[in-house]
Design a protein around this ligand. Structure first.
Ligand SMILES: [Zn+2]
Length: 124
């Protein structure tokens, strides 16, 4: 017979029903807790952050080209750490993209600003 081990602490289960998965109630609830946390894994969090970022980009980039204060976007929930890809122009400036919406951080009059652009065919 194969040894049964607790799904949570990995201790050997020596008693109880043959389908027993945890050594005790504590391990069972600790495992459930862990499971619930992992139901919103990293992928889901990133996906959500990208969706929020894209929505905000879309809102502020109506003309396909715009410039806005970083603080304005941050206040709406924009997080510049979550991007999908990047593109460097001929000046070596690196735009970060959230799908089709790109932004470039720059300083102007002591304020952090974003230049907003749309993804173009030539950027491939
Ligand atoms: Zn256990």
């Amino acid at each position: 017979m194969t040894k049964r081990r607790c799904n949570y602490c990995n201790a050997e289960i020596t008693e109880g029903r043959s389908d027993k998965k945890f050594c005790n109630a504590h391990c069972r609830s600790a495992f459930q807790y862990m499971l619930n946390i992992s139901r919103e894994p990293f992928y889901q969090k990133v996906k959500k952050a990208l969706q929020v970022n894209r929505k905000i980009m879309k809102k502020y980039n109506l003309a396909g080209f715009a410039s806005t204060r970083a603080a304005t976007l941050t206040a709406e929930g924009f997080n510049p750490r979550f991007t999908t890809h990047s593109w460097k122009n001929s000046k070596g400036e690196e735009y970060k993209f959230i799908f089709e919406f790109g932004f470039l951080e720059f300083q102007s009059a002591g304020k952090t600003k974003y230049k907003l652009i749309m993804w173009q065919e030539y950027m491939n």
